[in-house]
Design a protein around this ligand. Structure first.
Ligand code: 16G
Length: 169
């Protein structure tokens, strides 16, 4: 068979339970501070100097809000390094019959591991989780260059109805 003219894309066969050799998709845990979780976030935005104590405190604070923060990571178990992360925040609502809404936050894959569909993998995992938790929608904000990526995962800009606004302090 000659596939040279084919436009079919052959997706690598990876899934949350089989993310690839030595890789593990799982919830964040305390020991991830020593596995470079904070440094990884530094590839997304300014993180600052977060000490281990600050990390523990913030993580504990998140855990006191049950069913809210689903911080998900990908670990390279051979190197004991966190190489990908994404968070689902589940927000409680009165609207839509007291529904819950998901927010996709802080998505990052380490630069050395890009091009392996790991971003897609972690987001797909979070989307399954959001569906399981009955989120009626998931929203995210991102810069212009990430729009094509999120579009391939089904996210849509809603012209006239979803302008992202902010005020920074
Ligand atoms: C991106 C992230 C957002 C993160 C922000 C940090 C996704 C889908 N979006 O918008 O979660 O908090 O960057 O940027 O991961 P900032 O430092 O300018 O707030």
């Amino acid at each position: 068979l000659d596939f040279s003219e084919s436009t079919t894309k052959f997706e690598p066969l990876i899934s949350a339970s089989q993310p690839g050799d030595g890789l593990l998709v799982r919830p964040l845990c305390s020991s991830d501070y020593d596995k470079g979780f904070i440094q990884l976030l530094g590839q997304l935005t300014k993180v600052g100097e977060v000490t281990q104590e600050q990390f523990f405190k913030r993580f504990e604070a998140m855990k006191t809000c049950p069913n809210t923060y689903y911080v998900t990571v990908i670990e390279d178990t051979q190197k004991s390094k966190i190489i990908g992360a994404a968070t689902l925040v589940v927000e409680q609502k009165f609207i839509h019959d007291c529904a819950v809404r998901g927010r996709l936050e802080d998505v990052v894959v380490s630069d050395e591991y890009r091009g392996k569909q790991l971003g897609k993998l972690i987001i797909t995992t979070i989307m399954l989780l959001a569906k399981y938790l009955n989120c009626y929608k998931i929203t995210l904000d991102c810069n212009d260059k990430m729009i094509p990526f999120y579009s391939t995962l089904g996210y849509k800009l809603e012209p006239g109805n979803s302008n992202y606004m902010q005020i920074r302090f």
